[in-house]
Write a protein that binds this ligand. Sequence first.
Ligand SMILES: C[S@@+](CC[C@H](N)C(=O)[O-])C[C@H]1O[C@@H](n2cnc3c(N)ncnc32)[C@H](O)[C@@H]1O
Ligand SMILES: [Zn+2]
Length: 281
Amino acid sequence: MKTAQPIPLICPVCRAPLSLLDRMYGCANGHPFNIAKEGYVNLLLSHQRKSKHPGDDPDMVMARRRFFDSGAFAPLSDRLSKSSAINHKGVSILDCGCGEGHLLGALSEQYEGFFCGADISKKAVQIAAKRHKKATWIVANGMRELPIADSSMDVILSMLAPRNPTEFDRILKPDGALIIGVPGPNHLIELRKQLQFTSGNFKEKADTAAGQCAPLFVETDREVLSYAYTLCKEQIADLIQMTPIFWRSSPESKSAAMHLEQLTITISFTLLTLHKAGGNR
Ligand SMILES: C[S@@+](CC[C@H](N)C(=O)[O-])C[C@H]1O[C@@H](n2cnc3c(N)ncnc32)[C@H](O)[C@@H]1O
Ligand SMILES: [Zn+2]
């Protein structure tokens, strides 16, 4: 006899609660979703994607995995793990656009609770699930209806990923926190210059994110995390690979950057914390 465990996931077909049954998830209306051998579940219905392989492609995902593993983004991971919204027992967190899962995976190993990573890229979710066994990993489209129950999450993370404020509002608990990460002032400016890009208006990125989430959310905190980091040759190649904007640079400037033995760059993120407007914080 199979025992069903309640979890805050809902069926992408009929929106009924999903239960975990042995090696699959199922709803009361008989819609089954198998757990892949890596441990993730694909809840993306074919009409919810525009292409056969949406999101970051496998080369980008693997470059991002190596870049995280090299320690270049470790201060970001450390900062998130110290966030007061996250740092409590039994916390439930959705990381929407989780990529290869480094940030959520680290939190799931540090804290007790429910950790769900969602990404539209199957490759990203596959390698996240293979490495981090304490979290639930799903393939889903964060820009459509997410297969997550109403008012079920204490925290939603949206790190350098597309945002869906209406769904975030539905899924967050009334006192929940939305943490958004966008590129901060002078992010990668030295590499941008090498690749002949202008620096862009970074304040605008944070303001745009906050504006996009209003009026459902109000910004309650804004913090810039910025540090200098010296990249080696392999890290330069991975950073270019994982950042689509850099692909548009000329072959000559890309080749020149790839031949550098090292480059000291600014890594900078703006972290916004938002709460529900009218929530009972
Ligand atoms: C720049 S990466 C950031 C990944 C991760 N949050 C991190 O900080 O390492 C953006 C991620 O968003 C994912 N993504 C893009 N569109 C998406 C969508 N509609 N729903 C869910 N994920 C999406 C991509 O596949 C990619 O993994
Ligand atoms: Zn169903």
